[in-house]
Design a protein around this ligand. Structure first.
Ligand code: FAD
Length: 461
C-alpha cells in the first residue's frame, strides 16, 4: 500500500489509469480488489452473449497484455508497483475463472469466493511472485496464478475425477442463437456424479407400448420380468435405501432393498401422513446414498444440503464412479483412459460387428480393438458416435438403417422421439427443515425427465 490515494481526476487523466483502476472500481474506499473482481462479471456476461469460447480466450489474452502495460504505467504514477487501487489484474484473472466456470450461478459464486480467498491468502507461489516481480507483469501474473488455483481440476479439492468446469462453459446454441447448457456431464461417472440418486425401477407397463398424448412409445424387446433380477443386483450394487411394497404401482421385486428407507424429514413426514389420511399412497423414494441412520457418527452420508445437482465430496452418494468404476479399477486387467473421446466405431468386413474404437486422447488419435464393444456415452453422445461412424458398409452411419418414415434414419428417430416425463413438487414448509437427500414420496413417471428445477426443501427426483 502507498500513501498516494488516487482520485477521480487521476482515474480519467489517462486511459491506462482508467483501465488499471478497473473503470473506477479501484477507487472503492474499502476492498477495492473485491470490487475490481466484480467488474469481470458484466464483461463475461457480454462475452457469453455475444461471442464464442475462442473470442473469450482472445479477449483474456489481450486484456492480460494490456494489463501489463497499464499496471506498469499506473503503478509508476502511484509510486507503488502493486498499488491496491490497481484492480485490472483481478478483472482479468476473474474473467479467466468465469471462462472455465461458464454462465452457471453456483459456479460463479464458488469461483468468486475461491478466487478472492486465493488472491488474499496467496499460497505459493503467488506470494513469492508478488514479492519478486515489481512490474506490470508481476502485478498481473500473481492474480492469474490465483485464478489457476481456483480453476484447478476439482479432483484436487474433492478427490473425484471431475475435470475442470469447462464443460459447464461449453454452451450450445439453438437455431435462433439462444445459448443453452446441454447438461451433458463429461466426468468419470457421467451424470451420476451430480444426480439425485433416486433409483426407481421402471414400471411393468413402461416395457409395453405406451400411448402418450403426443405419440406412441414402442414396446421394449424385453419385459420387466426379464430385467427384474438385474434391478435387484443394481439395487444392491448401488446400496439403495427403500421399502418395496409401499408403492402400489411398482412391479414385483425378488428381494427387499438392501437398506431401509431413508426417514422422512419432519415436513415430509407430515405431508406423507396427510396424503395417507386422504387415501393416497405416499412412499419413500428409493435413495442411493450411503446413509446409516442407526449409527450417524459412522455414517458416510451426513444428509447435507448439497446432494442433488452436486458431486458428493465425501463419496457418500451411490454414483457410478464410486461404486462401479473405482471397484473395477482394482482388477489388474482394467485400465481407465481419462480425457479420451471415442470418435468413431469401426466394423469388420461383414459390417455386422464393431471391432475397433477410434479415440482422440491428448490431441492424438488411437485405435483400440476388442471382441466386445459397449457404447455407453449417454443418450445423446451414443447417438452422436453412431452417426459419426459412417463407413463403406454403413454409408448412412452406423445402426442408422433406412426407415422410410424417418428421412434421417433410425438413430435420429430414436433420439429425437425419446419421450421424457417427470413430475416434481416444490413445497414451502413452515418451519423449513431441509436436507439435500430426498426422502419424500411421490409418483415417478419412471422414464426420465424433461426439465429439472432445483427445489431444496422437497426436491425433484
Ligand atoms: C442433476 C441431475 C440429477 C439427476 N437425478 C437423477 C435421479 O435422481 N435418479 C435417476 O435415476 N437419474 C437421475 N439423473 C439422470 C441420470 O444421472 C442419467 O440418466 C444417467 O447418469 C445416464 O447414464 P448414462 O450412462 O446413460 O450416461 P452418462 O451418465 O451421461 O454417462 C456418459 C459417460 O460417457 C462419457 N462420454 C460421452 N461421450 C463420450 C465419447 N464420445 N467418448 C468417450 N466417453 C464419452 C461421459 O463423459 C460420461 O462419463 C439425473 C441427472 C442429472 C444431471
Amino acid at each position: 500500500m502507498t500513501d498516494i490515494r488516487p482520485s477521480a481526476a487521476f482515474l480519467v487523466r489517462h486511459p491506462a489509469h482508467f483501465i488499471a483502476l478497473g473503470f473506477g472500481a479501484g477507487l472503492a474506499p474499502f476492498a477495492p480488489g473485491t470490487f475490481g473482481t466484480l467488474v469481470a462479471l458484466p464483461i463475461a456476461m457480454l462475452l457469453w452473449q455475444a461471442t464464442n469460447s475462442l473470442a473469450f480466450v482472445v479477449v483474456i489474452v489481450l486484456a492480460f497484455a494490456i494489463g501489463v502495460w497499464v499496471s506498469e504505467m499506473t503503478g509508476r504514477a502511484l509510486q507503488a508497483a502493486d498499488h491496491g487501487a490497481i484492480v485490472w489484474d483481478e478483472v482479468v484473472a476473474f474473467l479467466l475463472v468465469l471462462f472455465f466456470v461458464g454462465p452457471n450461478p453456483a459456479g460463479i459464486i464458488a469461483g468468486f469466493v475461491l478466487f478472492r480467498f486465493f488472491d488474499i491468502v496467496k499460497p505459493p507461489p503467488i506470494r513469492q511472485l508478488d514479492t519478486m516481480l515489481k512490474n506490470g507483469f508481476g502485478v498481473m501474473i500473481d492474480d492469474v496464478v490465483a485464478a489457476g488455483y481456483t480453476g484447478t481440476p476439482d479432483e484436487q479439492w474433492c478427490g473425484c475425477w471431475l475435470p475442470s468446469s469447462t464443460d459447464f462453459a461449453l454452451a450450445r446454441y439453438d437455431p435462433d442463437g439462444t445459448p443453452f447448457q446441454p447438461q451433458v456431464h463429461y466426468y468419470v461417472g457421467g451424470a451420476t456424479k451430480l444426480y439425485g440418486a433416486a433409483l426407481y425401477r421402471l414400471r411393468e407397463q413402461d416395457f409395453g407400448e405406451v400411448r402418450h398424448h403426443d405419440g406412441i412409445s414402442p414396446a421394449w424387446p424385453i419385459s420387466y420380468d426379464e430385467l427384474e433380477p438385474y434391478y435387484t443386483q443394481a439395487e444392491h450394487l448401488y446400496q439403495v435405501h427403500g421399502a418395496h411394497g409401499e408403492d402400489p404401482t411398482e412391479g414385483p421385486a425378488s428381494e427387499p432393498y438392501p437398506f431401509p428407507a431413508v426417514s422422512h424429514e419432519p415436513r415430509i413426514q407430515q405431508l406423507s401422513d396427510d396424503l395417507a389420511a386422504a387415501g393416497y399412497h405416499p412412499f419413500h423414494a428409493p435413495c442411493g446414498i450411503m446413509l446409516d441412520e442407526g449409527n450417524m457418527p459412522y455414517s458416510r452420508c451426513v444428509r447435507c444440503q448439497d446432494c442433488d445437482g452436486f458431486p458428493c465430496l465425501v463419496h457418500a452418494k451411490s454414483d457410478a464412479e464410486v461404486l462401479a468404476v473405482r471397484p473395477a479399477l482394482e482388477h489388474p486387467n482394467v485400465t481407465l483412459l481419462r480425457n479420451a473421446q471415442a470418435v468413431k466405431l469401426e466394423t469388420d468386413d461383414s459390417g455386422a460387428t464393431v471391432t475397433a474404437v477410434v479415440v482422440e486422447r491428448d490431441g492424438e488419435r488411437e485405435t483400440y480393438t476388442a471382441d466386445v464393444v459397449v457404447v455407453s456415452c449417454g443418450a445423446t453422445n451414443s447417438a452422436k458416435l453412431l452417426l459419426q461412424s459412417a463407413s463403406g458398409k454403413h454409408p448412412n452411419r452406423l445402426a442408422n438403417g433406412s426407415d422410410p418414415s424417418q428421412p434421417r434414419g433410425q438413430v435420429w428417430a430414436a433420439i429425437s422421439s425419446r419421450m421424457r416425463a417427470s413430475s416434481s413438487a416444490l413445497i414451502r414448509s413452515t418451519p423449513a427443515p431441509s436436507s439435500g437427500t430426498r426422502c419424500r414420496a411421490r409418483r415417478s413417471a419412471g422414464s426420465g425427465r424433461a426439465r429439472r428445477p432445483r427445489p431444496r426443501a422437497a426436491g425433484a427426483g
